[in-house]
Ligand binder design. Structure first.
Ligand SMILES: *Cc1c(COP(=O)(O)O)cnc(C)c1O
Length: 356
């Protein structure tokens, strides 16, 4: 059990009222979790303190070579009260997969989950109550050594900040248009594509700007070597329903292993729907669409849960899926996962974790 010292704010901020627009990631709560790492001493001084600015040396390593990681999950009210998280152990495990790759010291799974639960509990009053809203939880680690050499830092900060966020969908699922990027690449096998780290996102910005300029909301990445095989969308994994089979790119090291991705695969298997994790080329996708076999396309991620794709743009071709509408399976998966999260549906796998 992590020993956490708690220092409450003496100057609380106003909590947004129900109905107030929250957006995403713009408002922060009264407190944050913070813990130090020092070589030889390990992680130490776990504490919850008022949300505040940090003091770091300009030479702090995180600013120069990007040694940092993050995670993302949500806390929300259950339909019958209580505060819940969705599979936080998966985030804690993935955090350590990231840490190992980036030479950042690991955090015991229980300590990571305890830290998240403790700070969510302190700021429980900030969890918004409007339908579909949640408290977005952002754990992250930065390298803090004052040193310009390229090497793993000997000191780090682990923090958890909280942001009340609006409903991703204001009025039901809303299909998006996606740009298939065949010039820029995001990640390659052997690189850091499977980790949640800022470096992957800065690599994605130029393509995202390009896609926005073309009128598409997100980028679909192809593999970094042949630029042929489909990988994932900006901050979502991608699924296709082709002729009754659910297909999603296999995890090859360049794709982020999403918690939502894993949940969708488990649910489809439980429902007896064939699921294939394999390589799928953009040509195969195009052919399936031309033959009328591409039945559904959807992205998966914590923020949206399911994001139906209405159009895919590849070179000069525009592929329309479900006439730009929402597929039956996409809707069923969305209803099931959100139902499990809220507690209106059974949770046979224990995915819902209460914050007490
Ligand atoms: C976080 C993330 C996802 C989705 O993961 P979830 O655990 O389902 O939220 C997918 N792709 C990338 C690049 C991500 O950073």
């Amino acid at each position: 059990m992590l020993d956490i010292r708690i220092e409450k704010t003496t100057n609380p901020k106003p909590i947004p009222a129900p109905g107030e627009p929250l957006g995403f990631g713009k408002i922060f709560t009264d407190h944050m979790f913070i813990m130090n790492y020092t070589e030889g001493k390990g992680w130490h001084d776990a504490r919850i303190v008022p949300y505040q600015k940090l003091e770091l040396a300009p030479a702090a390593m995180v600013f120069h070579y990007g040694q940092e990681m993050f995670e993302g999950l949500k806390a929300y009210h259950g339909a019958n009260g209580g505060t819940f998280l969705f599979r936080p152990d998966m985030n804690a495990k993935r955090a350590n997969d990231t840490n190992r790759r980036l030479c950042i010291p690991e955090i015991p799974i229980e300590d990571f989950v305890d830290a998240v639960k403790a700070v969510v509990k302190v700021d429980e009053a900030w969890i918004p109550t409007d339908p579909g809203t949640s408290l977005y939880v952002r754990p992250f680690i930065i390298a803090t050594d004052e040193f310009l050499g390229v090497a793993p830092s000997k000191t780090y900060l682990f923090m958890v900040i909280l942001s009340p966020s609006g409903a991703y969908y204001e009025s039901g699922l809303d299909p998006v248009g996606i740009w298939i990027e065949d010039e820029y690449v995001r990640a390659v096998r052997g690189g850091i594509g499977f980790t949640k780290t800022g470096g992957n996102y800065v690599a994605s910005l130029a393509a995202q700007v390009k896609a926005h300029d073309e009128g598409y909301s997100q980028v679909l990445w192809l593999d970094g070597v042949e630029r042929r095989y489909i990988e994932e969308v900006g901050a979502m994994n991608i699924f296709f329903k082709i002729n009754g089979t659910v297909v999603t790119p296999m995890l090859t090291g360049s794709i982020l292993p999403g918690v939502t991705r894993n949940s969708v695969i488990e649910l489809c298997k439980d429902w007896g729907i064939p699921v294939e994790e394999r390589r799928i080329s953009v040509e195969e996708l195009y052919e399936a669409q031309q033959n009328g076999q591409l039945e559904e396309v959807f992205g998966t991620g914590t923020a949206a849960v399911i994001s139906p794709v209405g159009t895919l743009r590849w070179k000069d071709e525009v592929m329309t899926i479900q006439d730009g509408g929402i597929g039956e399976l996409s809707q069923k998966i969305y209803d099931t996962i959100t139902g499990i999260q809220l507690g209106t549906l059974d949770d046979p796998k224990g995915w819902r974790v209460e914050v007490k």
